[in-house]
Design a protein around this ligand. Structure first.
Ligand SMILES: Cc1ncc(COP(=O)(O)O)c(C=O)c1O
Length: 403
């Protein structure tokens, strides 16, 4: 006798989160897959992580460290780095100009920057009250906004960033009552950097108003101009300021995005607050990989410089091609590997609806895949754009854009 499977008529449990809709990157992937099926050769300027592997110097040191019989290399690192003493100080110092000797700062090793970004509202007392948080997320890396507004329900104000202000907001843009400002210089996706003067004005303002200030400096090692200044180099001169800066190895050593190694530096009480929440969230990073990272930043400066110079060349190749073909930059990139352009009004003889429309037509008609962040288009130099230059040029010629 056939028996019905128990529970066969019961509905599958549903998600408890609001419907998110289809993600932008999933849509790009779908269009790209369809284009490939039509035998269109794709030129992927959409990929936002360096290709390949980390510096060999880092890999060799990490390999040696992983064979260590010393327990400290393999145990929970928590908010310290017993396996790699002095990791955070050494890693932070590789990014800054100030010697930081005797200054009142504290350090915190991190498993990369992304997992820290969502913790800041909680580290600022946001479990008990609604905070006002200013972010650089429009356009920008969305995690600070997604956590603060989307998951935790705080008031998020996206600071104005546009070609008119050169992707540098003004202190006049900061709303009254702001508790926390989360900036990101060098900025993804514009490649804009922060200057000393700009950060001085911001630090003074935040100190006066009692606003906590955070900078995500994931792209600092890929600064292509000496003008690019870390928050640390400026904030140490404001003893009444509560601040933190986050550095990451992900893009500093070639492709170390999966290694999950970084460090935070900042004013001691703010670092302690972050450490409290972090200590209840993760158990620290993988020490052998941190050993590799520290070795490379201290002993393979040539490798790190070669990595930076490669991206500087690539964004120059991309900007030259697109400018020669009438594409307008949103701003001249000065760091990282992205180039941000304004969306053309006309291309392929037709009016474009928006950035996504332009991107889709570029994929089908030229094979060039970018990322639309309306009203901008982001191109990445993570693939070998020097080798692909003639094809990229031909693609933009075919698009025949105008504004
Ligand atoms: C602005 C920005 N911050 C943080 C990250 C992530 O850094 P990590 O790999 O250290 O988590 C990225 C990665 O794309 C980024 O663009």
């Amino acid at each position: 006798m056939a028996t019905e499977r128990p529970g066969a008529s019961i509905q599958e449990p549903s998600s408890m989160l609001p419907e998110g809709g289809q993600n932008l990157f999933q849509r790009i992937k779908e269009v790209s897959t369809r284009a490939e099926a039509m035998d269109i050769e794709l030129i992927r300027l959409s990929i936002g992580q360096p290709e390949g592997y980390p510096l060999v110097s880092a890999m060799e040191k990490a390999a040696e460290a992983i064979m260590s019989r010393d327990q400290s290399m393999h145990e929970y690192q928590d908010n310290g780095s017993p396996g790699v003493p002095g990791f955070s100080e050494g890693f932070v110092k590789a990014h800054i100009k100030t010697p930081l000797e005797g200054e009142n700062v504290a350090y915190l090793p991190t498993p990369g920057t992304k997992p820290m970004l969502g913790l800041f509202p909680l580290a600022c007392g946001g479990a008990d009250r609604k905070l006002t948080i200013a972010t650089m997320t429009n356009p920008g890396y969305p995690t600070p906004k997604d956590w603060a507004r989307g998951y935790l329900g705080h008031n998020v104000f996206e600071l104005p960033l546009n070609p008119e202000n050169g992707f540098r907001f003004s202190i006049k843009d900061i709303p009254e009552g702001t508790d926390l400002i989360m900036i990101n210089y060098p900025h993804n996706p514009s490649g804009q950097v922060a200057t000393k003067e700009q950060l001085e004005e911001l630090c003074q303002y935040c100190q006066n108003k009692g606003i906590r200030l955070v900078n995500d400096a994931a792209y600092m090692a890929l600064s292509h101009t000496d003008e690019s200044t870390t928050l640390t180099d400026v904030a140490v001169n404001y003893p009444g300021l509560s601040w933190i800066e986050l550095f990451s190895s992900s893009k500093t050593l070639g492709n170390a995005t999966g290694w999950r190694i970084g460090a935070a530096v900042g004013s001691p009480i703010f670092i302690k607050d972050l450490a409290t929440i972090k200590g209840n969230t993760d158990s620290g990073f993988a020490a052998p990989l941190a050993a590799g990272v520290l070795y490379a930043v201290e002993h393979d400066k040539a490798g790190i410089e070669a990595n930076r110079a490669k991206f500087e060349r690539r964004i120059k190749v991309l900007t030259d091609i697109i400018k020669n073909n009438g594409v307008q930059l949103a701003v001249e990139p000065q760091a990282g590997f992205f180039v941000l352009t304004k969306t053309p009004r006309y291309a392929f003889g037709e009016e474009m609806k928006d950035a996504e429309d332009f991107n889709t037509r570029m994929i089908y008609q030229t094979g060039i895949v970018c990322v639309p962040f309306h009203p901008y288009i982001r191109l990445a130099g993570c693939t070998d754009v020097e080798a692909l230059a003639p094809k990229i040029d031909a693609g933009f010629k075919k698009a025949a854009v105008s504004y």
